[in-house]
Write a protein that binds this ligand. Structure first.
Ligand code: PRX
Length: 655
């Protein structure tokens, strides 16, 4: 509760500037109308948004079919995501706003070495059609799954849109995941085809991806073909009959491919995310509802206009990249910036340089990045002209008021509204956020639920809390972007999200609602850690650790960290006879990197003779968290520790 207490002492309020409100897509009046309808009849509100913001080939018959916890939105409607993101913008008769965007930049891309590509809507449309034809030629059909394991290059967006064009579902695996993690995700989704690249650039050097795919695909019988984009030109092994070069296939492919008329509930993508158990969950999103949700929230919350240059720094491998680098922006005909590499390469000002260079007007990033830049010093952003910026966004973890104020002052020059957006892989799109021309902001609060979103605070027994209250953040009415299930596991879907409360989605977060109805997100209340805005399950890291021959038992907890929000601390009891020393620490860190990926690498490993347990055999996680964060002194940390004494003192407390 300590964090939330400090947040709640926050008294500053920032009103939207009248000049901003005057030009806003959603102003106070329209927002309040939307809120009223959303409150009274959320289904009707979303249906209105689906009509206004999405183009349909066939209108739907029923707004929502809700058989808890299974929802179908816009039943019977037919549409296509790539049509909405591309084709409709090419012709003033079909484009939102009635203008042709054929020669407008859809993607401004910059590679880490400084190479650039600007791709217009017309060009992107052609490339997507070509790649859709390539996929078809390689045997990909409607309903199949295609795994994308790629760096941040335009071909990733092309591949996503090409899948949506023919009705195949993509499953993007973040390029930082290991071969084992990739293999498990490919097998779980039974992907038929993998699109990858030779590699990409990070921290000034090329890294390899194809080699990782080779390792993974050796154990994925479902994969028939691997298509490889040439990015770094590093040597790769090409397996005859399986591996094909992207550029060779594209050179032969037709630029014409009609978008498939897909059912609103046609699977759009699967994205794996961490939960409280060891194996990642394949979160399933579908077509019409997801598109409605991301298109509407993007237009309202990012206040997009035709002359904006919008940049979301997230990697497309995460949900933020899916919804707000690719689909939301392109469906609105916006110019979206993609940057391939490390924020601080070649210097600590690379991001600010990019904003100045491309004239970015809307910038969306994560608190962990903001805190990193605070530490690097104000001189770097100050060395650049950031005056093009007019709106800032934050996502992925709670933003502490100091970081919020720095963002406001140093990056936004005190004139840009900040939208702090709360949502999840499972929600598909933003659920709680300020509307920049309509809602006053308070540093550290995501403000109010988006119209049509019925958020609430429940206590442990499932009682809705009235007015000012703290507790579990829940969603009480289905929303169009909601996950439709966990791939291949309806039972886990029910238990994980709908098992705590009746017909109510429990998000896994704790929150506080203040007197004015503002939500202050406290972070995860389950065994999921939020490291640099990425979810990692404690169990996932624990199972990686115990799979090492050196480890008898392991328990993983998060400890607060100034930069990353949470740092991973592992308590490990080595197998009898194994020496607990620095070499073992390195070995275990490397082992976790190999099993999951570098993002899950523990910041700290501490050895113990045995893990402290309650009489009933439960690991005393609270005690371990206190030890990890230094609240409880446990003595020498360099050799084997014995927590049994502390455990005894605490036992009655934890059982
Ligand atoms: O704990 C919340 C935190 O990130 C979790 C969702 O993680 P993921 O599915 O990876 O999606 C991240 C990007 C949408 C949430 O359960 N979170 C996300 N946004 C915020 C946040 N916590 C506080 N404030 C936010 N704005």
């Amino acid at each position: 509760m300590a964090d939330i207490d400090t947040l709640l002492k926050e008294k500053r309020t920032f009103k939207p500037a009248p000049e901003f409100t005057k030009q806003a897509n959603w102003n106070k009046r329209t927002t309040s109308e939307h809120r009223k309808l959303g409150e009274k009849n959320p289904t009707k509100f979303w249906a209105k948004m689906a009509k206004e913001n999405v183009s349909w080939f066939t209108p739907w018959k029923k707004d929502l079919e809700w058989k808890p916890p299974f929802a179908k939105w816009f039943v019977g409607g037919k549409t296509n995501v790539s049509y909405n993101c591309l084709d409709r913008h090419l012709d003033p008769k079909t484009s939102p706003g009635g203008v042709s965007r054929k020669n407008k930049a859809a993607i401004i891309w910059e590679g880490e070495p400084g190479d650039t590509r600007v791709i217009t809507y017309g060009q992107l449309h052609r490339e997507v059609c070509q790649f859709a034809n390539v996929l078809k030629e390689q045997g990909v059909k409607r309903g199949d799954r295609v795994c994308l394991y790629m760096p941040m290059i335009p071909e990733l967006a092309v591949a996503m849109l090409a899948c949506t064009r023919i009705g195949a579902a993509h499953s993007i695996v973040f390029g930082g995941f290991s071969a084992d993690a990739l293999r498990d995700r490919i097998n779980d989704a039974e992907a038929k085809l993998v699109v990858t690249s030779d590699g990409g650039y990070r921290k000034g050097a090329p890294f390899a991806l194809k080699a990782t795919v080779d390792k993974a695909v050796a154990q994925t019988p479902c994969v028939e073909k691997v298509i490889v984009v040439e990015r770094t030109k590093q040597p790769v092994e090409i397996v005859a009959g399986r591996d094909l070069w992207y550029h060779e296939l594209m050179a032969l492919a037709s630029t014409k491919c009609a978008p498939a008329k897909l059912d609103a509930e046609n699977p759009l993508f699967i994205l794996y995310t961490s939960g409280t158990t060891g194996s990642p969950k394949g979160i399933l999103h579908t077509t019409g509802g997801y598109l409605t949700h991301v298109t509407t929230t993007f237009k309202a919350i990012f206040d997009i206009k035709d002359d904006d240059v919008y940049w979301c720094t997230a990697d497309i491998g995460w949900i933020t990249g899916h919804s707000y680098v690719v689909y939301g922006p392109l469906a609105n005909g916006a110019t979206t910036v993609m940057y391939e590499g490390t924020p601080t390469h070649p210097g600590p000002d690379r991001w600010w340089d990019l904003i100045e260079k491309w004239g970015v007007t809307i910038f969306y990033t994560a608190p962990t990045a903001i805190r990193t830049f605070i530490r690097l010093g104000d001189e770097h952003p100050k060395a650049h002209d950031l005056s093009s910026l007019r709106l800032l966004g934050s996502v992925g973890e709670p933003i502490n008021p100091e970081a919020w104020m720095w963002y406001h002052r140093v990056i936004g020059n005190k004139k840009c509204p900040i939208v702090d957006t709360w949502w999840q892989t499972e929600t598909g799109g933003i659920m709680i956020s300020s509307i920049p021309g309509a809602v006053d902001t308070k540093p550290g609060s995501a403000t109010k639920p988006f119209p049509g979103v019925h958020a609430d605070i429940f206590d442990e027994e499932g009682n809705s809390q009235k007015g000012e209250a703290g507790g579990f953040l829940v969603l009480k009415h289905p929303w169009p972007g909601m996950l439709r299930g966990i791939w291949g596991d309806p039972k886990r879907f029910k238990e994980t999200y709908w098992g705590t409360y009746d017909e109510t989605y429990f998000a896994g977060d704790g929150a506080h609602r203040d007197k004015s109805g503002y939500y202050w997100i406290m972070g995860r209340v389950d065994d999921v850690m939020n490291v640099s805005g990425h979810r990692i399950g404690t169990m996932e890291v624990e199972s990686a650790l115990v799979s090492s021959p050196d480890v008898a038992e392991a328990a993983v907890v998060g400890r607060p960290d100034d930069i990353t929000g949470t740092a991973i601390v592992a308590f490990v009891s080595p197998i009898g006879g194994t020496d607990a020393n620095d070499a073992l620490v390195d070995r275990l860190k490397q082992h976790v990197s190999k099993e999951i990926g570098a993002i899950a690498r523990p910041a700290e490993i501490r050895f113990t003779t045995a893990l402290p347990k309650t009489r009933s055999g439960k690991i005393m996680r609270r005690l371990l968290r206190d030890i990890a964060s230094g609240k409880e002194v446990a003595g020498d940390t360099s050799t084997l520790e014995d927590f049994s004494v502390l455990a005894k003192l605490r036992e009655s407390d934890e059982d």
